[in-house]
Design a protein around this ligand. Sequence first.
Ligand code: PLP
Length: 452
Amino acid sequence: MVAVGGADIIATMPQTVNSQRAARTTTGSPFSFSAPSGVSVFMTQQLPGHLAGPLMATYSRLPVSFERGDGAWLWSVDGRRYLDALSGIAVCGLGHAHPGVREAICEQASQLVHVSNLYRIPAQEALGDRLCDAAGMERVFFANSGAEANEAAIKLARLRAHGRGIQRPEILVMENSFHGRTLATLTATGNRKAQAGFEPLVSGFVRVPYDDLGAVEIAAGNRTNIVAVLVEPIQGEGGVVVPSAGYLAGLRELCDRHGWLLMLDEVQAGMGRTGKLFAYQHEGIRPDVMTLAKGLGNGVPIGACLARGEAADVLGPGSHGSTFGGNPIACRAALAVLDALAADDLPAHAAAMGERIRTGLRDALADLSGVVTIRGRGLMIGIELDRPCADLVATALSAGLLINVTAQRVVRLLPPLIIDNAQAAQIVDTVAHIIRDFLCVDATDAAITPEA
Ligand SMILES: Cc1ncc(COP(=O)(O)O)c(C=O)c1O
């Protein structure tokens, strides 16, 4: 039996070595679910806090553990079924246990799991061809994660600059952005809380507000060493922020004018999630560099940094590398993902399902002033409330739905691209219920709180 509650885990550990762990596990705040009206409550356990036995406390884990998935459904170890409206944070776009991905991984595992990049890897070359054709790019470097893909982009931009005699190149990045947790990508990330305590950060980044072309123009006037812009086409962790129409095209124009590289971080928005294979395709532009990860392997770790034109030839032998990057299993999984996205035109399906969910939520929540906006593109959806709402994640879980809250006040939905109408309707119903209850309970609390 697998224990999911912190107390259960502690009970299985020898007493002598675990007094400290036991003490830590009891420091998690008590977990009480308020049952949303009209939805069944599954969980009544205590929160184990952010602690899970020997693991470093880097994540605030919920008191549930999954053992099986099928499409948009997940089953916990205690047999409960959950609808996944998060996809492992935009990873499992094809849903869980996708047959094409499963077969590709199993077949490759039975032949060859790993071979060094000192040798040619046919699946890697095939995937490179497919991605470059789809994206209008020329070359690709394979990594293992989004952060690593962005590291490759940052190194590429710097190396290109040094080749042009710019010794202290700067990359323009955005406020409210997220690019990863390595030191360079953390520096590029526009979130002081994520950076705090990790100083000294990396030099060579200039930050401007997102969706503000004027600020980019001012930076261009003030700084002579800018060599590239690194930007998310839609900000994900920052709260599902969709920039104004014309923003990416404006950046493209500014990059062309100043000889900068336009580097798009499509780690979250790419691979069909927004209704096009790549989010930049909504604006009819093409970046010089694009990074991918998350949905590319449907759960098998893989990242990619694609480039075209002059940028495609910057990284040469010895300039960058990765032991596992472009591993045969990861590449076979990604090839299966591309097959499935094309076979079922899943980007178009994501666009239709996303529209359905946003419209449903707008109808259901129209009368609530606590709902600031319902926004997004395709199946990248944010519902911004007028107050912090992190508790909604646990409430949704108790109602059998996986969601996320980001930027403190934004309920984020990233369901698998394969969801059907009934699942979309269930997402709308449950999310509308829990938000309505949350805002109304909050309002009642406010009404009965005596004035200071
Ligand atoms: C836009 C974006 N870039 C980069 C990353 C980092 O990806 P990873 O966690 O795979 O390193 C993320 C992760 O959330 C992301 O959303």
